[in-house]
Design a protein. Structure first.
Length: 158
């Protein structure tokens, strides 16, 4: 009887030799695909974080440019003489560009005495632009950030 148990035990082992290979061939490709997907997701997350950091830096540059131009000596005269082709340059942040939109003369919004008719306000909008991100093949950047500042100047109406 002992001989029969040995023979049954040997037959059981011989039947299972290929099953481990089949299971490995099914599980390993699934693990490979899962690993590739996880790495791709991690890489995409790093790109998003890098983009947010560059956008935050661009916001700081735009705010610094606006502050620099507004606090430059003689800026009130430069705003009064501004035309559509006027540009303002910052010495601290030369990478930011600016353009001016004249929105005409309006009633002053921040005037304490609204009943006076001697004063009007010249209103212009200064748009600051900063390109950031990786460079394209043509040398331009992938993203652009814009900050607009409204400037209102009281003027005497004749």
């Amino acid at each position: 009887m002992n001989n029969i148990n040995k023979r049954h035990h040997i037959l059981g082992k011989s039947r299972q030799k290929g099953m481990a290979l089949v299971i490995a061939l099914i599980i390993l490709p699934l693990l490979l695909v899962l690993g590739v997907l996880l790495m791709n997701n991690a890489f995409l997350g790093l790109k998003v974080i890098d983009s947010r950091a560059m956008q935050g830096e661009s916001n700081i540059i735009l705010n610094g440019t606006a502050s620099d131009i507004m606090n430059t000596p003689g800026s009130a005269k430069a705003f009064a003489e501004a035309t559509e082709n006027t540009t303002f340059d910052s010495l601290q942040y030369p990478e930011a560009n600016s353009s001016v939109q004249l929105l005409g003369e309006i009633n002053c919004r921040r005037r304490m005495d609204a009943s006076g008719s001697v004063f009007k306000c010249k209103y212009l909008q200064v748009d600051f632009k900063h390109a950031y991100g990786r460079e394209k093949n043509d040398g331009s950047k992938w993203a652009q950030n814009v900050l607009s500042v409204g400037v209102e100047q009281p003027i005497i109406v004749e």
